[in-house]
Design a protein around this ligand. Structure first.
Ligand SMILES: [Zn+2]
Length: 123
């Protein structure tokens, strides 16, 4: 391991950037089940440092990730995948303002976790 690599490991919050969120979105968008959902190619991404949340979704297609909690690649991919289900709900006009995590969300989450190996309990 060279000095550059160890510097990167000591700065884990550099992992989460507007660009890395977008690239993660694009990667996941090419995989089952997301590739069947015809999600928008372009989304907006935001980075916050909020210890109360992993991430959030705002309409029309804005994915925000919190560097306070998301600091490794596994968390980044699973959090972006979670927010992508909300992108899908919004696209289908099925996003319930009172409760984003409705029965439809959990059906999608089950598919995502089965296909990509995320932990269903913490997704
Ligand atoms: Zn959610």
């Amino acid at each position: 391991m060279n000095a550059h690599c160890s510097y990167q490991i000591m700065s884990p919050n550099k992992l989460v950037t507007k660009k890395s969120i977008l690239l993660t979105y694009q990667l996941l968008r090419s995989m089952v089940p997301f590739c069947d959902w015809r999600l928008p190619t372009k989304i907006q991404t935001k980075v916050v440092h909020d210890p109360t949340m992993f991430g959030c979704f705002d309409e029309p297609a804005i994915i925000t990730i919190s560097t306070a909690i998301v600091w490794d690649f596994k968390q980044l991919t699973s959090t972006v995948a979670h927010e992508m289900i909300h992108v899908y709900q919004a696209k289908l006009k099925l996003l319930n303002d009172q409760n984003h995590h409705d029965e439809f969300f959990y059906e999608c989450a089950y598919d995502v976790c089965m296909n990509l190996g995320f932990d269903k309990e913490s997704f």
